[in-house]
Design a protein around this ligand. Structure first.
Ligand code: FAD
Length: 462
């Protein structure tokens, strides 16, 4: 009898299993994939970041090396080798989780698990018993009506297929201007594809701060991506060669078509709960297919919890991890907690885009009086030295209390810089607290301090 069986070994599940084992529980984790790490390590965060890094290096070598006096033979792309580098990165990480499971004496139950009743998990022929069960079954790419994905053919693909295309397409249409579509679209644009992004809404990266959206679209356009916004895709046809994307612009309703060697469907992700047996347990899904949970991640069935992409909230690896740790603590009788107001979101393009907390519009809509401190990277010496001065930091603070409500950054290292604001927000800091904190020079983080100064008496370097 286990104290805990976790179903799914993505960032939610494996972190939950490790924390529970550290707290002295006897733990098993069921995983149907060949390797641990879930979507994130196998076909998500990690392989995409390997390709983003490699394609950025290629882009730098072509665009900026000469400016810095680095001349010589032009760097060429070897796609098979780049795929090898990506696979090695993934393999190193998934093996790392296997090592951590062994170190923490967690049993990996290999296969697909289903819950026969509270406390009973079937994996293949074997029925395992546990005092508690955590569902961390994650998500899969959402489908789009009229579009059939076939990752093996490599013509109409989802994010999984796009990570392993047989060759670099000459042209690519990305359906959906969200995080995944723009990251992978950038990869192929840097590798030489002509990339067109079609988005239903009138803006890219819905939910993001409006000024950041505008700047981000401008920067990506400069990098060669073309955007068709306010367009509804009705279908994709393809034979053996090119695919044809049919869409209509919302403003006139006229049907249009665009041909491309490859179409990436990146219209979001849906919770994956197939085969878990939730209906037998009386666990009803919400309208969008997520598993409803209470504030301790408990489902409607006793002793069964759920976390990560399978439950409502931002579909992010670190949100899943935080819930994994917290639910393990709850099960072990401690006080697990996740602060959903301070979950950063990062887009790993170049420049990176990062945000945490409220946007200016959301804060105003909530009736808050706000002050906004903005600082452009053009005023930051380090950003200029590395030729990445496109972008800015925008800090939102409460006009009366000066408490930081949110931060939005587009610029170099945004994904790292955002964390000082996260820590500040966790401690209930004011913009002045950040402004009074000495920041090393020359760093891009100085731009965060300058934005905080701009919430008060003014930034220095503008
Ligand atoms: P998952 O990682 O989806 O893991 C669930 C696991 O459960 C899977 O391995 C699945 O095989 C297993 N499973 C499901 N059902 C069963 C069953 N019945 N029995 C046994 N095993 C089962 N997020 C970020 O924060 N940063 C990023 O940079 C980022 N980049 C991304 C890039 C791409 C291309 C994609 C697709 C996603 C990206 N994400 C990113 C999102 C991130 O991958 C997910 O939010 C995260 O993986 C969710 O973790 P999870 O543990 O809930 O589920």
């Amino acid at each position: 009898m286990y104290d805990l069986i976790v179903i799914g070994a993505g960032p939610g599940g494996y972190v939950c299993a490790i924390r529970a084992a550290q707290l002295g529980l006897k733990v098993a984790c069921v995983e149907g994939r060949e390797t641990l790490g879930g979507t994130c390590l196998n076909v998500g965060c990690i392989p995409s970041k390997a390709l983003l890094h490699a394609s950025h290096m290629l882009h730098e070598s072509h665009e900026n090396f000469e400016k810095m006096g680095l001349t010589g033979a032009k760097v060429k792309l070897d796609w098979a080798k780049m795929q090898g580098y990506k696979a090695e990165t993934v393999g190193g990480n998934t093996k790392g989780i296997e090592f951590l499971f062994k170190k923490n004496k967690i049993d990996w139950l290999k296969g697909w698990g289903s819950i026969e009743a509270p406390g009973k998990v079937r994996v293949g022929e074997t029925l395992h018993e546990a005092k508690n069960i955590v569902i961390a079954s994650g998500s899969v790419p959402s489908s789009l009506k009229g579009v059939e994905v076939d990752n093996d053919k490599g013509i109409v693909v989802d994010s999984t297929g796009a990570l392993s295309l047989p060759k670099i397409p000459k042209s690519m249409v990305v359906i959906g201007a969200g995080v995944i579509g723009l990251e992978l679209g950038s990869v192929y644009a840097r590798l030489g594809a002509e990339v067109t992004v079609i988005e239903y809404l009138d803006v890219i990266t819905p939910g993001m701060d409006a000024e950041v959206q505008k700047q981000f679209q401008k920067v990506l356009t400069k990098q060669g991506l073309t955007f068709i916004l306010g367009a509804a895709v009705s279908g994709v046809e393809h034979g053996t060669g090119k695919a044809e994307v049919k869409y209509s612009l919302k403003k006139d309703g006229k049907e249009q078509a665009l041909k491309a060697d490859c179409v990436l469907v990146a219209t979001g992700r849906s919770p994956f709960v197939d085969g878990l047996g939730l209906d037998k347990l009386g666990i009803d899904l919400d309208a969008r297919g997520f598993i409803p949970v209470d504030r301790h991640w408990q489902t409607s069935a006793s002793g069964i919890y759920a976390i990560g992409d399978a439950v409502p909230g931002p579909m992010l690896a670190h949100k899943a991890e935080d819930e994994g740790m917290a639910v393990a603590e709850v099960i072990a009788g401690k006080h697990g907690h996740v602060n959903y107001d301070v979950i950063p979101g990062v887009i790993y393009t170049m420049p990176e885009v990062a945000s945490v907390g409220l946007t200016e519009a959301a804060a105003r809509e909530a009736g808050r009086k706000v002050k906004v401190g903005k600082f452009p990277f053009m005023g930051n010496a380090r950003a200029k030295a590395v030729m990445q001065a496109d972008g800015f930091v925008k800090l939102i603070a409460d006009a009366e209390t000066d408490r930081i409500l949110g931060c939005h950054i587009i610029g170099p290292n945004a994904g790292e810089m955002i964390h000082e604001v996260c820590v500040a927000m966790e401690f209930g800091a004011s913009a002045e607290d950040l402004a009074l904190t000495c920041h090393a020079h020359p760093t891009t983080s100085e731009a965060v301090r300058e934005a905080a100064l701009a919430c008060g008496d003014g930034a220095i370097h503008v």
